[in-house]
Design a protein around this ligand. Sequence first.
Ligand SMILES: *Cc1c(COP(=O)(O)O)cnc(C)c1O
Length: 410
Amino acid sequence: MHHYWLKVIATSNIRNKILFYKQKILLSNEVDFMAIQLFVPTFDVDGCLAEIKECLEKGWTGLGFKTLQFEEEWKRYTGLPNAHFLNSATSGLNIAFDILKERYGWNDDTEVITTPLTFVSSNHAILLAGLKAVFADVDNTLCLDPNDVEKRITPNTKAILYVGLGGNTGHYDEIVSLCEKYDLKLILDAAHMAGTRLNGEIPGKEAEVVIYSFQAVKNLPTADSGMICFKSRELDDIVRKKTWLGINKDTFARINTKGNYKWKYDVEYVGQKYHGNSIMAAIGLVQLKHLDKENSYRRQIAEWYTKGFASYNDKIKLIEIPQNCESSRHLFQIIVDDRDGLIEALNQEEIFPGVHYTDNTEYRMYGYANGTCPNASYISDHVISLPMHMRLSFDDVQTIINTILKFISK
Ligand SMILES: *Cc1c(COP(=O)(O)O)cnc(C)c1O
């Protein structure tokens, strides 16, 4: 699938192909967008409806059925050994720290090294588990800087939470080496990384646990859902129980046991209700089929932006992506002097970019670390995420580029 589409891209007139794709979407939705938004998810509407119809006809919209199918497909796609479907990545992050804390006997003094440049759900998970969030700075990839991470390691450090920002792997390999050297557990927040490859492979096999988001505007959109992939089979067994209130078997398995409804289940943990449902999984199953070709179009858009800004590298800084990383390109970010001015100028042209993210140490619960990560703090004030989605045409991208060039040349 992946390789097939790349070949199509390489051998056909890319612009016509894209325009055709865009027209098809516009026709099928009968919506024209004057404004250019940051993110607009594109769904295979007929495919999703057919898959959802199956759930409705069968009378099975909850846990089991499609959630199990999607888990199997996700394992096949990623090559990760385990996968459990959730109602969000936030749930996944929360339950990951809860389970690791219990498994490894971590306590309230246990420190987790993390990035200030992420969606707050990553760092909230550390606090919610009663652990300490220790912030390290980011490098030119906007991911954790391995050198700075190493400086923050203490005898209390037990884990690193790594975020592949925008789909970039950053210096993930070096973080993996640090984890080996200091015997730390690696938690990978892969919310932006659906489809990212490192040295041609989906990264994450090295991590204790990988968490994906299939929230409404992520690369594999559902409406809200996520996936948690533990390296260990034992922890995968535990997460299946803990995401359903501690109950030890899913409904699908119970009903299938000789048609004998085993209502007398055991409850092993004080768990959460974090598991996903079959409607979300149905959408996920269909959208997964489109993920690689959509990501290759995202990379095409990124190339157009990169070319457009090529002669302006004194005023527009791009984010470094290592050679061996094929980014999912969830984001295309640039760094400029007058970020807020640029956002206003773009808004005037009905172009609506975003910011990923505000340095988390600016928020009250992480304020204790404010000032400890100067790069992240600078990025937080100067970074801007440009529109990135399937409905952008070559011309849309040129309009965005020209508006930006006009602003910075003033
Ligand atoms: C979106 C996101 C999450 C949370 O994902 P949900 O599925 O919305 O809970 C976590 N981390 C990062 C980096 C994200 O962008």
